[in-house]
Ligand binder design. Structure first.
Ligand code: PBG
Length: 333
């Protein structure tokens, strides 16, 4: 059937028709908001490359989590930045470290909020790599028990989900075994199964002070040209016991999101990373694009590619816009 019988414009004519015909929708509960936690209290250190974001002390993280809960945001994802770093990254499993403290504070302040804790060594090691070093390389197997200890510390503090982002082989199995042995069988694992070595993590590394002191992460994070490898990583993590998965970064890897979506039957999250956030802000600051429209388009693009959940630094602003949109639609009725 073709023109003039068929006219694609009929269902695009008004906002209400477009809403009716929409194939993909976005709701606040599909968004996950990353937050950076530092030690102390009353601390709010703005992050220059991530406008609207700051490193927060635990009670301010809990306050932010309460605001996000009120907007209906699905979950928070916590990253810790310790005051002191060492070769092993021992701050990662300190029960009094920033992340366990923030988890406990959120549990009191916003008990209904779903809490994810990122599990990685790079924020805690003085050399900035995601595991311990041996002969100048990250030692995979020596890192596994350290990741497992960190995961148990966050689970004990009350995290619903632990999210390993280190890309060591076998970490999901190690973490699952440790959680189960420590009475944390109900804590879920969302693995960053598919995480590429990416230029788009730059602002995050500024925020977390986790740029490797020497070398880079290409020896453990994935190589950008590969997609079949992503499926292998996804399946391996599911076999090891991951409950659901993350693909990261987002926009340069939409085909990977689609491919993983079709290969697995668990919930899938896509991570719109710090560099994606920063570049949209930078262009908007110059008047080169409309930030509100660009954030909606990029996040719905990840949903359309097949992500059930989107981890995004726009979570709060987007959820507020979605709530305003709903209120405006109610008012028109
Ligand atoms: C920790 C980790 C990183 C990110 C999430 N977890 C940094 C990295 O791998 O260098 C990046 C998140 C972002 O850029 O928003 N390994």
């Amino acid at each position: 059937m073709s023109f003039p019988v068929h006219r694609g414009r009929r269902l695009r004519r008004t906002a209400a028709l477009r809403t009716m015909a929409r194939e993909t929708r976005l709701a606040a509960e599909q968004l996950v908001a990353p937050l950076f936690v530092v030690e102390g209290s009353g601390v709010r250190q703005p992050i220059a490359s991530m406008p609207g974001h700051a490193r927060l002390s635990p009670e301010l993280v809990a306050e932010e989590a309460a605001a996000l809960a009120a907007l209906g945001v699905g979950a928070v994802l916590l990253f810790g930045i310790p005051a002191r770093k060492d070769a092993e990254g021992s701050g990662a499993w300190d029960a009094e470290g920033p992340v366990p403290r923030a988890i406990r504070a959120i549990r009191k302040r916003a008990p209904e909020m779903v809490v994810w804790a990122d599990v990685c060594m790079c924020e805690y090691t003085d050399h900035g790599h995601c595991g311990v070093l041996a002969d100048g390389e990250v030692d995979n197997d020596a890192t596994l028990p350290l990741l497992a200890r960190a995961a148990v510390a966050y689970a004990r503090a009350g995290a619903d989900v632990v999210a390993p982002s280190d890309m060591m082989d076998g970490r999901v199995a190690a973490i699952r075994a440790a959680l189960d042995a420590e009475g944390c069988a109900r804590t879920a694992i969302c693995s960053y199964a598919v995480k590429y070595a990416s230029a788009f993590y730059g602002p995050f590394r500024d925020a977390a002070g986790s740029t490797p002191r020497s070398g880079d992460r290409r020896g453990y994070q994935m190589d950008a040209p590969n997609v079949r490898e992503a499926l292998r990583e996804a399946r391996a993590d599911l076999e090891e016991g991951a409950d659901f998965l993350i693909v990261k970064p987002g926009m340069p890897y939409l085909d990977v999101v689609r491919a993983v979506r079709e290969a697995v039957d668990v919930p899938l999250a896509a991570y719109q990373v710090s560099g994606e956030y920063a570049m949209l802000h930078a262009a908007a600051d110059r008047g080169w694009l409309d930030l509100d429209r660009a954030m909606e388009e990029t996040v719905i693009g990840l949903r359309r590619a097949g992500a059930d959940l989107v981890i995004t630094y726009f979570a709060r602003v987007l959820a507020a816009r979605l709530a305003e949109g709903r209120a405006a639609a109610e008012a028109r009725r």
